[in-house]
Design a protein. Structure first.
Length: 343
């Protein structure tokens, strides 16, 4: 698999007091332009004049800094909290909600004060004891995309592997899992992979790994004893969607079986239909002027989300039809799998 490499890496000066930052600098020395900044939140001088150029250059930039805000955001329905280890992603998925979340310069950031972050996670675990506390590691990032540079996911898997009351989970569109296969996870980390139809991947998921690479990575992790899962999303209810998604699930079932993954393995499927905000629509059309993403407000219904802002989602009848379709199709191929939510 081709490894992503940044064109430039910017180090927050105080971050270099941490061994991980110095290790990243050594890994990238001679392979990327190296610079230094005062704050990871104040980045200026990146190339690019148009919105499209600025977006592309940000995606080629890795920023190494310190996470100072240690209050974790909630992460329903995926987990109790989002653990802030990284932000940003080098992929170019046109529909991605990070188009708006990360602002005009969606650089990839990694935070190197891991002990501070893990200690805060312990504090949240104590609050919920004796119950489990779950942490999502990919709310605003794709951590596997840069794992070969940062090693942060192996550190997190190892940390949660030793925590009796903590559970970790993250999702990716990349297949870089070799460094995780022998990590002491103790079954406390569930790694999921985003999947979609060939048409969606080819048209709107640029700069990510092919579906076969993601499924193979899931099989490798299952073989190493990890609970695994898939996020099927965003689900587009357009055209002959039932046929296309049935073919996708047939393919996933066949490929996992070919890799020796028993369908009784601890596995989840999270189902997320496509949705968009007016702000996201405007930004996507600015950055991808040729996009043909289905974003016509008159074809959707308006709904207020958990964070107080509104979004356009599919109408009620197609949503109910889709939920029934996917639950039946998954029950046929993966009867032991859990489907924690459909949204």
């Amino acid at each position: 698999l081709q490894l992503w490499m940044p064109h430039r890496v910017l180090f927050e000066e105080t971050a270099l007091e941490y061994p991980l930052a110095r290790a990243i600098r050594e890994r990238l020395r001679g392979q990327a332009e190296i610079g230094y900044i005062k704050s990871h939140n104040r980045i200026s001088g990146l190339p690019g004049n148009t919105p499209r150029q600025k977006y592309a250059e940000a995606k080629r930039t890795l920023v190494v800094g310190l996470r100072r805000t240690l209050k974790f955001e909630t992460s329903k329905p995926s987990a109790d909290y989002a653990i802030p280890l990284l932000t940003g992603c080098p992929g170019h998925c046109e529909y991605c909600y990070l188009q708006t979340t990360l602002g005009p310069r969606p650089v990839v950031r990694v935070y190197v004060n891991l002990d501070d972050i893990f200690n805060q996670a312990r504090a949240y675990m104590r609050e919920k004891a004796p119950g489990f506390t779950t942490f999502e590691g990919a709310c605003t990032s794709d951590p596997l995309a840069v794992e070969h540079i940062t090693g942060v996911m192996r550190e997190a898997v190892t940390f949660f592997g030793s925590e009796e009351l903590g559970r970790f989970r993250f999702v990716s569109k990349y297949g870089y899992v070799e460094s995780l296969l022998d990590a002491p996870h103790n079954g406390h980390t569930r790694i999921r992979f985003s999947i979609n139809t060939d048409q969606v991947l080819k048209k709107w998921e640029l700069g990510t790994h092919q579906l076969s690479a993601r499924v193979r990575a899931a099989a490798q992790l299952a073989g190493a004893g990890y609970p695994v899962g898939f996020i099927l999303g965003p689900i587009f209810l357009e055209g002959s969607w039932q046929e296309e998604y049935q073919q996708l699930l047939d393919q996933i079932h066949a490929e996992l079986a070919a890799h020796g993954v028993d369908r009784g393995h601890d596995m989840t499927f999270e189902l997320i239909t496509h949705r968009f905000t007016p702000k996201a629509k405007a930004l996507i059309e600015e950055r991808f002027p040729e996009t043909d993403l289905p974003m016509e407000p008159e074809d959707r219904r308006w709904k207020y989300g958990q964070f107080g802002y509104g979004k356009y989602i599919y109408p009620k009848d197609p949503m109910e039809e889709a939920e029934e379709f996917f639950r039946e199709a998954l029950a046929e191929h993966f009867p032991e799998a859990e489907v924690p939510y459909f949204v």
